[in-house]
Design a protein. Sequence first.
Length: 374
Amino acid sequence: MLNVIKKYLKMAGGVSVVWAMGYYGYSVSWLWMLLVPYVWKSRINKAKHQKALLGQKIAKDEKSVILARVEDLPSWVYFPDVERAEWVNKIVRQMWPYIGEMVEKILREKVEPSIKKSLPSALQSFTFSTIDLGDIPPRTGGIKVYSQLKRDEIYMDLELNYSGDCDIAVAIKGINAGIKDLRLHGTVRVVFKPLINRPPLIGGMRVFFLNNPDLDFDLTSLANAFDIPGLSDMLHSIIMEQIANLMVLPNVLPIKLAEGIDLNKLKYPQPQGVIRITVIEAKDLVAEDISIIGKGTSDPYVVLRVGSKSVKTTVKDKTLSPVWNETFEMIVDSADGQLLYIEVFDDDQGSKDDELGRTSMDLSILKEIGFEDE
């Protein structure tokens, strides 16, 4: 109603001015002169209004606005789901010395005691003799933010790559081994939840790897390291186990940012659901156990892994076409980004098991069959 009244008063004022000029005998040129600032002001107001509307549209959906305004876009213009964010790398680079001190504290106070408990009693002298993460920080290759979620949470995935100059040394029963050229790659998810209506607007964060990251490293002091057979494999297993226990789903690293937030809800989020997997059979596997008499064979078994949790089938002796028909249930914490790993091994008593094959499945396919609604 207010807009109608304003419009009426403007029209009435204009008509009154025209009538007054005619009544008092003014020249029509005066009317034309008055129209110039009126038209100019109207044009400026219209341009401002259109600019404001465009800004609102861009804020809602930049991609559709650009595609609507430009008919033929250059081939190099695209709108990826995963974006580069160099500003994150600059922030991490500035914070790296402080991150290094925090990581050293975690390794000495939490990881080292946990490793000692998991090792045999003869090797419980394990200790970190040197921890130095070096000067080269990890880099973020790409960032993806999920918008179609609940109103009180934000999901952000970061592709993490670390290939730094760290200097980490461990000692076991007087034998020293240094870890160098540590390389790590994986997807880190950061969940900002809950969003609150007071500073700092974010109540807490959950940081975790969706799946076990790829990890590789080299050893120094090899002359000493070879005194313990399989030391490299043992260290690799220890590091992967500790990473999984710390921050591979369903384990998360909770960070409380505001008072009144329940830390347990951050650390132990509600899982998204459970999947039931049946391992039926395999055919024509590779023969890893060579027999002098007759054909070669294998003793296969299957390992299923989701996040940090894994299950294993029974071992089928001396067959290349095993039949299991075994069913397992596994918790899925995120159907968007988590992978189901399927690995087949040949069981070797007294030595490392041979890998017969592996594959993986993106569990986001479960969303297509209504996994989130169950």
